[in-house]
Design a protein around this ligand. Sequence first.
Ligand SMILES: *Cc1c(COP(=O)(O)O)cnc(C)c1O
Length: 349
Amino acid sequence: MSTATLTIDLDAIAANWRALDRLSDPSTQTAAVVKADAYGLGVGRVARALARAGARRFFVAVAEEGAALREALGPGPQVCVLAGHMAGDSDMIGDLDLTPMLNSLDQMTRHLEALPGHPFGIQLDTGMNRLGMEPDEWAAVAAIALEAGPELLMSHLACADEPDHPLNAQQLATFHALTDGTGVPRSLAATGGILLGPEYHFDLTRPGIGLYGGQPFAQAQPAVRLSLPVIQTRMVEPGEAVGYGCTWVAERPSVIATVSGGYADGLLRSLSGKAVFWAEDVPCPVAGRVSMDLISVDVTHLVELPHSLDLICPAQGVDDLARLAGTIGYEMLTGLGPRYSRRYTGGAA
Ligand SMILES: *Cc1c(COP(=O)(O)O)cnc(C)c1O
């Protein structure tokens, strides 16, 4: 097989969900965020495994993702849409029983007119300035909104991965000020917020990255392995160069393996000269630039020529690779692209 293999461990994802669920009080519901095709891992398989683990509520970014998720899960689990109720989405929201998290008075008006009686939540902005009603907007519409019966009031933390950041406590205080006494279930924490402690948990948490083995959930089980097949190996003499721009020049007789995968697969070009592949537990440095579909790897020191080399594996997690590329685990995972053959392990039943 010439495409690289992305192996996704559904048992690890389920175990991570359970571990995050255990971090909050049993009365706090733990949802699962599966936007962007479950962070690039395949929303159908991942969401079904999470549902079997006990997740009853899922979050996606936009209604189209909600439609795909509903198809994968069937009726029952709640599918919440973070973009809220956009113009043109009413049929999809109604027919597929999606729950929009309304972001503005505009959206609220649209929702109550198009789908009266259909469940909705409300997103409040507590300081991130990205989505949700601002405190003054909320003050103006809260009475009408609460009368209409939202089933969740939620907000999102901007700096939850930095526990000492003063904005965390500030957003928490603002969220209390906006929602105390409403009697409506509340949600503030994603993965980072869960780790900040119980005062951030409220009635529902919304972990995403931690399910998939990413930071800031340091105790997460790794859920992904990325293995690139070696297409060809060659001898390179001292003084010969490898790859575009001749940025790598052999200093000794070398063996170069050419693996299948490149920046078109989300293996960022910024990994050129920096990434390390792994043959089991032996590191093998990239030789020269990452190209669109191929990467050259120095395997001179290996005793046996490998059939494949790993880029994400126990020795090098998603966040380690992201660091080498100058980005974060979230971007690394969601950028992995459609060309891999995605193999699923675990998730039995
Ligand atoms: C993406 C997102 C989440 C999940 O965040 P993680 O950091 O991946 O756990 C939760 N809530 C909202 C509003 C989000 O946009």
